[in-house]
Write a protein that binds this ligand. Sequence first.
Ligand SMILES: [Zn+2]
Length: 444
Amino acid sequence: MSQTNKTVFPIITRAYSKENYDGHGSAFFIDPKGLFITAAHTFKHPFRDRCALIEGNRYEIKEVWSEYHDFDSQHPAIYKDLFIGRIDGLETPNHAILLEISDTTTPQSDIKILGYSVGLNNATISIDELDELNDSPSPEKLKEKLLKYQPLEASFAKPHFAHINKHSTTKYLFKNGFTIELNISEPHGHSGGPIVNAKSQVIGMLIGQNAGISSSYIAEKLLIAKSIEDDISPTFPSLAVPKTWDNEWLYKIMMSVHQKLNIKGSAYQTACEHLRFVSTDDLHLLNTPRISKQDPGFGLTEINYFLREENRIVHLVMVNPDAYKEAQLTKDEIEAILMHELGHILNTPALEKPIQVKSTSTEDLKLLMESEKEVKKVNSYNSEVYADDYVKQNGYRLPLISSLNKYLNLPTAKNRDMIELRILALTNEGSELKGSVATLTKIK
Ligand SMILES: [Zn+2]
């Protein structure tokens, strides 16, 4: 058996500050120019870098399309765990298996899952390699070297798959995939690998022990991915400070959110060129200090911030990686928070005004002060629930709820009452709250 395959290759994840392997998945090319498919969950850790390992060389991965929800945020009938990427500057061989649509609703016999494993649980590892691994003070370093191509035998079980999470009392049924049965228990590392039938046609992609996403669903998303690539939008949001190794994670999440919200004619598309993102770690690099002294919590937005570096007014979104790490947020949850901050800009409610008083008598001034206080409270509540509703409208309701719950678990959490109210509002799947895009002021 060959130790590598020209169509299927491993994807490595590693911590930004380290070179070492810390996990892997499998991926496969679907066009001769380096477009490939894999499972998005391999990249779910927000603070890890990723690369493809092809014939011993590492290649950078460019995200073209990605959709992913964490286990507990998956909502039927579509299971979101698909990543379409591109590796530039690589000549893929002509004999690559190209994705062929196969009707996965009919049971198929003789199916195989193609992918890479570290080879610890099977015979592909040699005795010498095993000795080297056991003797090594840092076995993780060696794992990348030990990755081997290994097809797994499987059988087709059902034309859909079921899954239980903490929000469901019964099994949720997902229709964009199918159930398989595998002969081995932990197919770690085969996630993202193609599931092929006896004719070597791709019928799906592995996402877990028992399930695959169907090729017909993948084909549908491929059309979207191709249209995104062909019609590269001239306007992108950017970081407010230069891109560095330390803020690269933010750049990736920002672009991932961009790819989801940048729909023709959307509020996001009209405003995205005025958006700037900054990590709270980089705030000291900004030439103009923030106006608001508010604690950023998970995130904070400053509408109409003067960005001296570009001599223009922008909407500044601040994101706080320390808080995300402390709360152990997933990529999915951070994306929901970014969408919430964008909601403050793109879905702003009409403001309530205080009552008008007839005189400047103590009585009237007291009434005015009370009214102002009340109105301020209502406006700030509305601003939050409209921002949350923007997240909901974009399909990130569950990740937002879980991120808010994680925030409440932090000892440093502030505004607890407000957050409880927001979770309550998000729990009710009511009608949409339609706000408007914040107006951008001009430099005077
Ligand atoms: Zn907010």
